[in-house]
Design a protein around this ligand. Structure first.
Ligand code: SAM
Length: 454
């Protein structure tokens, strides 16, 4: 582990927050090794099936149904199942916020500070393809990583934006049923996991972040529909970034109420504000976190479609229709849009009157219209189940062609294997990796170059 020098001021504050005895236990937790976790993508596989298939040595995270610890000497990101989007690597405490937000299929969900997608991927899985997930991050470069993770996970009903919350509020108003604010914070809870956090803490501490958090929460409240839930989380300990933010939100917005979160083994209540959750590394096998849930009073107005998705559209180009005839996934063609040759499948409830926002993605990118053909894209492959495409090639994980395909190589079929003509979906053990185009015994590789196995 890297050497880290934690500021005296922080340690004194922790002593005050925890009391002498607990403070000693907290300091002792620094002697323990950091923990490694992964969360299974329930859009694609059940945790039971995954644990039976993988060679990783896993132990369940007790409070997360699809969360597991893996051992630090394993390399789960160098695994074809990772490339198939079967799991996301995530510190166990960080799995908690998305697991607690009560998202149901059909909801309109906003993840306001979403990159790189640790929580958005779970929110998208909970939606099961129904409703809308708007994932936003103010940083454009981080939003690109977010987009990749959401597409790798096969989430089709996404919009990815890179905007200031204020701008989103001006556009959407009280639109969302569920909002997650996983706020930028001073990161005190991550000192054990990531020594670099100590360095950035010296530049910007709790007061700097508290001002940003207050502003973000005000905008989030204004985007929440009556009856909607807003979950606030940080990975820091300072009360001014946690309970104080919640207290202030309740004071400034009388339409909001606190929803008590149930305690689970090892979790603690809020300090001076019951109903919130605190996770401490000396009490739980995970890093430090704070979580609180709020609700906007009133009842949901019921379904209201703002956009034109579903309105009459010009017929699809023949090349696209031909390709879609190989796809049995139910697609509502009135939600297909072609923009600068890129073909998108809009999510339900998508507002087409939201122009002017910096979108990185509006819906599922099905592919691209080329001169006289349609070329399906990587995100489309990841959102398909093998039974939803006409021609499928599935290799066992040990088959050397899996890694060669992920490296972008042209693949030859083996003697005795049926020749392939045209588009096919390449899978590992039945889980899609991407497309290829067959011309008999040879498969031309169509794996997205930016995602290649390095
Ligand atoms: C704690 S991280 C989010 C982690 C993410 N939720 C995950 O689980 O992968 C906070 C994020 O907030 C973003 N951010 C900072 N200021 C913001 C603002 N004013 N509005 C929206 N996002 C902001 C940062 O770029 C950063 O990616």
């Amino acid at each position: 582990m890297k050497e880290r020098k934690i500021s005296e001021e922080f340690l004194n504050r922790m002593k005050k927050l925890l009391g002498e005895e607990e403070y000693e236990a907290y300091l002792k937790s620094f002697e323990e090794e950091r923990l490694y976790g992964l969360r299974v993508n329930t859009l694609k596989i059940t945790p039971e099936k995954f644990t039976n298939m993988t060679t990783l040595k896993l132990k369940p995270v007790p409070w997360i149904h699809n969360g597991f610890y893996y051992e630090g000497d394993e390399r789960p990101a160098k695994d074809p199942y990772y490339y198939a989007g079967l799991y996301y690597l995530q510190e166990p405490s960080a799995m908690t916020p998305a697991s607690l937000l009560p998202v149901i299929p059909g909801d309109k969900v906003l993840d306001l500070c979403a990159a790189p997608g640790g929580k958005s991927t779970e929110l998208g899985a909970k939606l099961k393809g129904k409703g809308l997930l708007v994932s936003n991050d103010i940083s454009n470069s981080r939003a690109k990583a977010l987009l990749k993770n959401l597409e790798l996970w096969g989430i089709e009903n996404i919009c990815v934006t890179s905007e200031e919350p204020k701008k989103l509020k001006e556009t959407f108003g009280e639109f969302f049923d569920k909002i997650l604010v996983d706020a930028p914070c001073s990161g005190e809870g991550m000192f054990r996991k990531d020594a670099d956090m100590v360095k950035s803490y010296e530049e910007h501490g709790p007061d700097y972040y508290a001002a940003i958090q207050r502003e973000i929460m005000d905008q989030a409240v204004d985007m929440l529909a009556p009856g909607g839930h807003l979950l606030y989380s940080t990975c820091t300990f300072s009360a001014c970034e946690n309970e104080d933010i919640i207290r202030r939100t309740l004071d400034c917005h009388e339409e909001m109420e606190l929803i008590r979160l149930p305690l689970f083994e090892g979790a603690s209540g809020g300090i001076g504000l019951s109903g919130c959750l605190r996770l401490f590394p000396h009490k739980i096998k995970g890093e430090g976190h704070f979580i609180a849930m709020l609700r906007k009073k009133g009842s949901p107005a019921g379904y209201k479609d703002y956009g034109k998705a579903g309105s009459k559209q010009p017929p699809l180009p023949a090349e696209l229709s031909n390709f879609l005839s190989m796809v049995s996934k139910p697609l509502d063609c009135s939600r297909i849009r072609i923009k600068n040759d890129a073909v998108y499948y809009l999510p339900e409830h998508f507002q087409e009157n939201t122009k002017g926002l910096r979108y990185l993605r509006t819906g599922l990118l099905l592919g691209e219209m080329k001169k006289d053909r349609f070329e399906p894209g990587q995100a489309f492959a990841m959102a398909l189940k093998p039974e939803e495409f006409k021609q499928v090639v599935s290799w066992e994980k040990q088959d050397e062609r899996v890694i060669r395909y992920l490296k972008g190589e042209t693949i030859s079929l083996k003697d005795g294997e049926d020749p392939i003509k045209g588009w096919c979906l390449i899978c590992v053990e039945g889980f899609p990796l991407g497309f290829a185009k067959g011309s008999g015994a040879t498969l031309k590789n169509k794996y997205y170059p930016g995602w290649r196995w390095q």
